[in-house]
Design a protein around this ligand. Structure first.
Ligand code: GLV
Ligand code: MN
Ligand code: MN
Length: 408
């Protein structure tokens, strides 16, 4: 039997591995990530899988098919979180997949393909500012330059991997070869309000919106907050405030666009000092790449104009860009069929959030199943799902796995 109680208990157990007292923050390659990954590896082994920590810090499990070494259906999601996170974003997909394998194993059932379940170590990109490190390594599209990215303490990804007991030189070995992965399927909370509004527990994803992430630095002149007259200031934070509003105005020009400044840091950061330097992030997303690219071009131009007008120096760095990832029509049809067999109306919807499937899309066909979450809330401790919806998600995923047909 699939146990939704156990799925929720395991999400709760993982939420206890947190650097934030009384809340959940678990970033890539942290001691808390190690503890959560070890728990997941243990559950994978209990479910009859061979499981190991891979060279980028993913929890990787494999359940052989009718014969050892067959190509796999890959399932997964991520084990890292944002700051002050909910306990289901990412983790629900990993523990639901393990629950499905456990059920197959109890039934002593082998399929005409292997199944791999991966708990990806980094999807959120909180620690190093660059996302999807775990899934990009598995897809073989992780540029080794990324290993030089630094966390706020100045540790590079390569150093953090070594501190975690991993050898960065082994990352290229993770890249799956053509034909080894038949498809990638990910269960994830919806992170939006559509399913709840329509009274549906699950939905089938059509595509994942693309994103662009920038880091902007504005440099002006620090000075005394009491002595420098307003007309002689080069206040970097006032300039940044204007940039934030410009981004909001550009993103509001099209209902399909969203733009966010999620982090801003003013230096030197004292009540009586004019901010001389400010760094902020920009996150722009859209379901169409040309729309996103136009918006990013407009945002860059606006920032440069604002900086010029205020006599600030501007530096704009592209941290990461990912195009729209379409889900495979034939996998969506298979997921639709699983939803219908489990007695639910089929609802298709796009994903505004990013997912590991974006990286896996480079090497295989992908699909996703969304599970309803309360009030569409995510990236918040208020994130919540019901046991009934955890059950519906796991049942549909299991049905999809059992009926998965190999591509012709
Ligand atoms: C990850 O959840 C993202 O969409 O940023
Ligand atoms: Mn997330
Ligand atoms: Mn997620």
């Amino acid at each position: 039997m699939l146990s939704p109680e156990r799925i929720l208990e395991r999400c709760a157990a993982l939420a206890r591995h947190s650097e934030l007292a009384g809340g959940l923050t678990r970033v890539f390659l942290s001691p808390q990530a190690r503890a959560a990954t070890d728990a997941v590896l243990g559950w994978m082994r209990e479910a009859g899988m061979a499981a190991e920590l891979d060279a980028i810090g993913n929890a990787a499990g494999r359940y052989e098919g009718e014969r050892p070494g067959m190509p796999c259906l890959m399932l997964g999601s991520h084990l890292d979180t944002v700051r002050d996170a909910g306990r289901y974003d990412g983790m629900l997909g990993v523990v639901s997949a393990i629950e499905c394998i456990d059920f197959l194993n109890k039934k002593n059932k082998r399929l005409p393909f292997a199944i791999e379940v991966i708990g990806f170590g980094d999807e959120e990109g909180v620690r190093f500012g660059t996302t999807l490190l775990g899934s990009r390594a598995v897809a073989g599209i992780l540029d080794t330059e990324v290993l030089k990215a630094k966390d706020p303490q100045g540790n590079t990804v390569a150093e953090a991997l070594r501190q975690f007991g991993l050898d960065p030189k082994r990352i290229p070995e993770l890249a799956r070869k053509k034909g080894e992965v038949l498809a990638y399927a990910e269960l994830h909370i919806e992170q939006g309000p559509v399913l709840e509004a329509e009274g549906l527990p699950v939905g089938v994803v059509t595509a994942i919106n693309g994103f662009s992430r920038l880091r902007v630095t504005l440099r002006g002149a620090a000075g005394h907050a009491g002595t420098v007259p307003m007309n002689l200031r080069r206040d970097a934070l006032a300039g940044a405030a204007e940039c934030v509003l410009a981004l909001e105005r550009i993103a509001r020009q099209d209902p399909e666009l969203v733009g966010t400044v999620g982090r801003i840091e003013a230096r030197p950061g004292a009540i009586n000092v004019i901010p001389g330097e400010v760094t902020f992030t920009v996150d722009v997303r859209a379901p169409r790449d040309p729309l996103r690219n136009q918006a990013v071009t407009a945002v860059r131009a606006e920032i440069e104009t604002i900086a010029r007008k205020r006599d600030l120096k501007s530096e704009i760095e592209t941290l990461q860009e990912f195009g729209v990832t379409a889900c495979s029509p034939r996998l969506m049809a298979q997921m639709d069929a699983a939803v219908a067999r489990q007695g639910w109306p089929v609802r298709r919807l796009p994903s505004g959030a990013g997912h590991d499937g974006m990286a896996l899309g480079a090497i295989t066909e992908i699909c996703m199943l969304f599970v309803r979450c309360k009030s569409g809330i995510s990236h918040s401790p208020l994130e919540s799902i019901t046991e009934a919806d955890a059950a519906a998600g796991a049942k549909v995923l299991f049905d999809f796995i059992e009926h998965f047909r190999l591509p012709a």
